[in-house]
Design a protein around this ligand. Sequence first.
Ligand SMILES: [Zn+2]
Length: 348
Amino acid sequence: MINREELFKSLTEAFGPSGFEKEVSEIMNKYFSLTGEVVYDRLGSIICKREKKGLKIMFASHMDEVGFLVSKITKDGYIQFLPIGGWYPQVLLGSPVKIRTYKGDFLGVIGTKPPHELPEEERNKVVPIEKMYIDFGTFEGFDISKEFGIRIGDPIIPFFNYQKLPNNLHLGKAWDDRFGCAILCELAYALKDIDHPNSIYLVGTSQEEVGLRGARTAAEFIKPDIAFAIDVSIARDYPGYNTKETPERLKNGCAIITYDVTMIPNIKLRDFVIDLAEKYNIKYHLTTIKGGYDTGAIHLKGIGIPSLAIGIPTRYIHSHCGIIAEEDYEACLNLLIKICENLKEFPF
Ligand SMILES: [Zn+2]
């Protein structure tokens, strides 16, 4: 049996901005190797293979999270940084972060002035990321780059410890897309007892947040017939949205992505999955999103690969921590299991 809270804790707290996903792939490897053959592509994506004679079906969840990279170390030992992936600067000031250098991990904070010190016109402005800095405990006479081994190009992530909330909700860093990584770990385990007619490839991809890079090489490696991305969708059930009308709410099941900016899904595949959810009474809703998914890169491989992205509604993605509901996670996992059992042939 998989201890789900342990899985959530280890995956959401893992260090893994784009290009630095090793710690995440090591966790996934522990689960993947229980059930299939594990291989890697040369961009760091991890692939669990369960090969049979039928269709080759790829499930991709990206391992990387949005983070930062050291761009400059000031004379006083403050660290300036670049964003890795999409950040809204407003969520950053005053937030704790962790850097990984060749000497280890160190905690710091993105510094900010107190409001009393800001003139009225500055108080209402968003500070651009280029003007922010991180304080890792710098002090006169302490050469922080030497002591901590900080180099330009070192990776930094938001720092947050996973918490279980009431109502079966889970608060954690990097649900985008560690929830997908967790689901693939559980799916790997479930596949042991499932009679699936197809070749299944469970993939933790690298570098999604910087342009779907790992998905491209992993798909090249696998050459799937069908592909799915398992990734967050946007919850629109909190202040600032029309919360009465939105179907994109926590506990409204699995999200089937009918449109994103990188792909219009294969319609037959989309309808096949909707029919499956209906048939097995798996809660789902349809959504659209202005971002992109790994399937955006995968579906363009070769002569085209029928693909679909499936998610769960998630609050506050691309910030220090977000919230998911366990019911949606389970709905998504169940739907993937049904896909593995039922997707025997595909009318290309
Ligand atoms: Zn994502």
